[in-house]
Design a protein around this ligand. Structure first.
Ligand SMILES: Cc1cc2nc3c(=O)[nH]c(=O)nc-3n(C[C@H](O)[C@H](O)[C@H](O)COP(=O)(O)O)c2cc1C
Length: 225
């Protein structure tokens, strides 16, 4: 959701949701101003922002999306911004140390009753309404029936430009190799987001090293029990 009301969420709530994550830094309320962070009029209203930082994009995706899910549970609307935001303003506002990458920001606010025209156009432009069919995402094997909710949670995750770069190979031992289509520039961040959805529904899995290979795809992690 890119269309927010003019009521900015309390800073304390963002600080609480970010917890002690090293990847997440709430942007100070006094620099949010009049929509100067979400550029090109993409964001309307006055959301607050969380900066997503660090060298590990996969971990940052996981941490950011966990915060998004918790904020959604608390009734907030959110939007990840990897491109259309003012990097300089955010870097200054959070006092980002030299050499630490600013990966993205997450806008957090109260959903406006109606989407702005720019919001609607952006959704149309990136085909935000659709998600890839499972057949396109699974490159080997097939999931056990009891994993269908977790796989659906992963499949429906948001991604930059709705690229959905995640690909899955199901092994006979029950492990799931997760790969990424490297054509998506932010595939590590996006796959981190999707894996956080999976683990929320299937917490019995943990993240292991992906030692397998698949032509044309980048190995990211293996989900193992
Ligand atoms: C990592 C990431 C970066 C994104 N960057 C932008 C952005 O810069 N500008 C924007 O308007 N939307 C951005 N989005 C929103 C996506 O376009 C949107 O999540 C996707 O199209 C799916 O739409 P939905 O979230 O409405 O289901 C981003 C999403 C993610 C996950």
């Amino acid at each position: 959701m890119r269309s927010f009301t003019s009521l900015t969420p309390p800073q304390d709530e963002l600080i609480e949701v970010c917890g002690d994550s090293k990847c997440l830094i709430p942007v100070k309320a006094d620099v949010i101003g009049n929509g100067r962070i979400g550029t090109y009029g993409i964001i309307t209203g006055k959301p607050a922002y969380i900066a997503v930082v660090g060298n590990d994009e996969f971990a940052a995706g996981m941490a950011g999306e966990r915060a998004v899910i918790e904020l959604t549970r608390r009734g907030f609307a959110t939007c990840w911004l990897g491109v259309t935001f003012n990097r300089q303003l955010v870097s200054q506002a959070i006092g980002l140390p030299e050499g630490t990458p600013l990966i993205a920001v997450i806008a957090v606010g109260y959903a406006a009753k109606h989407r702005s025209i720019v919001d609607g156009t952006m959704r149309l432009a990136c085909g935000a309404f659709t998600r890839k069919n499972l057949r396109k995402l699974i490159v080997a094997g097939s999931p056990a029936a009891d994993l269908s909710d977790a796989i659906e949670a992963l499949r429906s995750a948001p991604s930059n430009h709705n690229c959905q770069p995640w690909r899955l190979a199901f092994n006979t031992n029950g492990n799931i190799d997760v790969y990424a289509d490297p054509h998506d520039k932010s595939y590590l961040l996006d796959v981190g987001i999707a894996v956080s959805h999976f683990l929320l529904v299937a917490p019995e899995y943990k993240i292991c090293e992906n030692k397998s290979r698949y032509p044309g795809l980048k190995p990211i992690v293996t989900l193992c029990k």
